[in-house]
Design a protein. Structure first.
Ligand code: PLP
Length: 427
């Protein structure tokens, strides 16, 4: 090519959760059964999509408008419905997106290049990659501390904000992926306070808000934001088992409190207009789905199931010297951190099948992170497909499993496999 084609941020784009799938497919082709523990997909995990959801969607298909374009901001009725649940907003403070990457990307891309959003570390990579891509340099982070129940280091956050005038916003993911943390009102109020004192806006990714094990833990940005400008992200792919709907929205708070923030939100709307509109069908059925009695019942049932799975995982793995397991406070991910002082990082697992052994060894040549090697060898030896978490912009050596497995016996079987494999690395 006469000029380099690559954008400065091409290295920032990776998604290990899906990249490991390519390797799993290859290993499956050598006749190894795969146990998918890498991603939240209830359908792939055999969770039946409830009949009441299918009935509502089926009925909607009789209406011609679900096949058409809809307004850029989304269907009026749906926005009115959402606004009716939250006294802090009107329908004009709601803007729909095709999926959260669409929202995440537009929120960062619409900022001036040198205006930065500080986010948590470990970071959910869709945010950290998109923010880094917008700035053309690494994402700026504040630490979540595993020794303090994954709470944010507020002193570090404030210092970074104080000494870097380019930071214009704080990103909070609450409930948090991948740590499983849910932050207390006190912690969240301290973050709002920092934003207020340094004249920042807030971005809260709250897509898991309805999935906390305890209802009392649910503190939303709209409960505590006071008069600080902010954006909350919502999404129907998690509390409804319909991730393929690719349908989410943002709620904007206190837009009128700052002229510059208001213009910024207007610019996000303008960039949405270039796409005309988001998917019509999921937004059309959204009020009906949320208002259904079945929704509340099935949500409770699912939360209970995930909580039971978390208890089980703690029983099987929680005692081990080689790892620390901080039980999640919400839904379906669980992270397991290696206690590096108790782990033999040079151990190479023995894989009997020559083809698999050769493939994975070649694949891992040049890889230095222990958690990555652990997860790929675990996959090669046992078929259990997890996600190495150092990829979450993180310095820890750790990995993530889901709590989704429908069949309890199979879940125990998977955990036992993981346990045996961890023991191989005993020092
Ligand atoms: C915090 C957070 N935000 C956004 C998303 C994006 O959701 P989806 O995978 O449905 O696109 C995820 C997905 O896991 C997430 O954990």
């Amino acid at each position: 090519m006469r000029k380099n084609l690559l954008h400065i941020w091409h290295n920032e784009l990776s998604y290990e959760i899906r990249e490991i799938v390519g390797v799993a497919y290859k290993i499956r082709s050598f006749w190894r059964e795969i146990f998918w523990e890498n991603i939240w997909d209830p359908v792939a995990k055999w969770e039946q999509v409830p009949v009441w959801i299918k009935d509502i969607v089926r009925e909607a298909l009789n209406h011609d408008e679900v096949y058409g374009y809809c307004p850029t901001r989304w269907l009026d009725k749906t926005r009115e419905y959402i606004a009716s649940k939250n006294p802090k907003i009107t329908k004009d403070n709601i803007l729909f997106f095709n999926w959260l990457w669409d929202a995440i990307n537009k929120i960062y891309r619409s900022l001036a290049f040198d205006s930065r959003v500080i986010g948590p570390n470990p970071a959910y990579s869709t945010h950290s990659s998109a923010e880094a891509a917008h700035a053309g340099t690494s994402h700026i982070t504040y630490s979540l501390d595993p020794k303090n129940n994954w709470n944010p280091d507020l002193e570090e956050l404030e210092n970074k904000v104080k000494y870097n005038p380019n930071i214009v916003a704080i990103l909070v993911i609450n409930p948090d992926n991948p740590t499983g943390a849910v932050f207390s009102r006190e912690v969240l109020e301290s973050i709002v306070d920092i934003a207020k004192r340094y004249n920042l806006f807030l971005v809260f990714d709250e897509i898991y808000e309805k999935l906390t094990y305890e209802e009392a833990d649910r503190v939303l940005l709209s409960d505590i934001i006071w008069d600080v400008p902010g954006i909350s992200m919502k999404w129907i792919s998690k509390d409804l088992p319909w991730p393929g709907s690719r349908c989410g929205w943002i709620e904007v708070y206190n837009e009128e409190k700052d002229e510059n923030f208001k213009q910024y939100i207007a610019s996000i709307l303008s960039s949405k207009m270039l796409e005309v509109c988001s998917t019509t069908l999921p937004q059309y059925v959204l009020p009906k789905l949320y208002e259904s009695e079945n929704y509340k019942i099935s949500l409770q049932e699912r939360i209970l199931k995930y909580k039971t799975r978390a208890d089980l995982a703690e029983k099987i793995l929680g005692w081990m010297q080689e790892v620390t397991l901080i039980k999640p406070k919400w839904a379906f991910y669980m992270s397991i951190t290696f206690n590096m002082e108790n782990v033999n990082t040079t151990h190479i697992p023995n894989i009997k099948e020559y083809d698999i052994e050769k493939y994975v060894t070649d694949f891992l040549s040049g890889v230095t992170r222990f958690d990555k090697k652990f997860c790929y060898y675990l996959l090669a030896k046992t078929g259990v497909c997890t996600v190495p978490l150092s990829w979450f912009n993180s310095t820890f050596e750790w990995f993530r499993v889901t709590l989704l497995e429908e069949d309890e016996q199979k879940f125990i079987f998977i955990l036992e496999k993981i346990k045996e494999f961890i023991l191989e690395f005993k020092k």
